[in-house]
Design a protein. Structure first.
Length: 307
């Protein structure tokens, strides 16, 4: 049993396919707590966070992936910022929009309705190059993992199988969260292997494995359990911890205020005597006093022409 989240990367059959397995239970609990998310919203956050982390694994260097699920359901948009180092944060627009129905199975079945089945999956990859890579595909199921799998196959044209799940108990609390991604490697001829794994995962469901283990599996053990006989060829290349981390700061909050018009800043000074900037991802509040706002307003004020 493990109390920490982690992500592993590996290969199957000497490089015919690559494997990414991730456990996210503690991380998703923290993100759901910060959003005050109900059970259905927590499942949506969990699947999106787990999927985002599996995507941010293409390079050995620092890679950042922004995954957006833009569905027409009541939960609204979901945004995940994930890094290859295992740091991740997420934002859900309406975390309290879907009421808790009292059973984890019902919560799982209602996910598609909560997320929506019309919309897009958007992915932006920052590989540290001059330009970012951006792609998108149409939302199909609202189950998030199958939608991201479709994105990988259609937009990035990589034969992939992705399974992510987040379990909640009868009280709506998160019990376990994890995921597995298997992809063919270029010119490795792993298509048949990935198809076999897809069939194996359809028979050995991730949610069932997580339920039986009560969330107590490390990432490599989880991967071996899910891969079945193919797991004998699994070579783990590296592992790293998964943690919630937000990049917000007081300086960034001040920069946000600096983007406002002078009239808006003046109204804050006169009406409220302060301003509060709240980070959508972590809920941190940054309060700026009247004098601090005045300094920002003066900074925004254009210089007078020389007489």
């Amino acid at each position: 049993m493990t109390d920490s989240d982690e992500i592993i990367r590996g290969i199957l059959e000497n490089g015919r396919a690559r494997v990414v397995a991730v456990t996210t239970t503690q991380t998703v609990r923290e993100i759901a707590r910060r959003h005050r998310a109900g059970a259905v919203a927590a499942v949506a956050l969990g699947r999106a966070v787990t999927a985002g982390l599996t995507l941010a694994t293409l390079t050995k260097d620092e890679e950042q992936v922004t995954l957006q699920i833009l569905g027409d359901g009541p939960l609204g948009s979901i945004t995940v910022d994930a890094r290859s180092s295992g740091r991740v944060r997420a934002y859900l627009k309406h975390p309290g929009a879907v009421p808790w129905v009292g059973a984890s199975e019902q919560a799982r079945l209602s996910l598609a309705q909560a997320v929506g089945t019309k919309g897009v999956v958007s992915v932006i990859r920052d590989l540290g190059l001059a330009q970012n890579y951006a792609g998108q595909s149409a939302l199909a199921t609202g189950e998030i993992d199958s939608d991201v799998e479709k994105y990988l196959s259609t937009s990035e044209q990589i034969d992939s199988v992705l399974r992510c799940d987040t379990l909640v108990d009868g009280e709506g609390e998160i019990v376990a969260s994890a995921g597995l991604l298997v992809q063919t490697l270029p010119q490795a001829g792993g298509e048949a292997l990935v198809d076999f794994i897809r069939q194996t995962l359809d028979e050995q469901r991730l949610g069932q494995v997580l339920h039986e283990a009560a969330g107590g599996l490390d990432a490599e053990t989880l991967a071996r359990r899910l891969l079945g006989p193919v797991s004998e060829s699994l070579q783990t290349l590296d592992r790293r911890p998964v943690t919630f981390a937000c990049t917000c700061s007081r300086a960034r909050a001040a920069a946000t205020l600096e983007m406002l018009h002078q009239e808006d800043l003046q109204a804050m000074i006169l009406q409220d005597n302060q301003a509060r900037v709240t980070c959508n991802f972590c809920g941190e509040h940054y309060v700026f006093s009247e004098s601090q706002l005045e300094l920002i307003r003066r900074k925004r004020q254009p210089a007078r022409p020389a007489s």
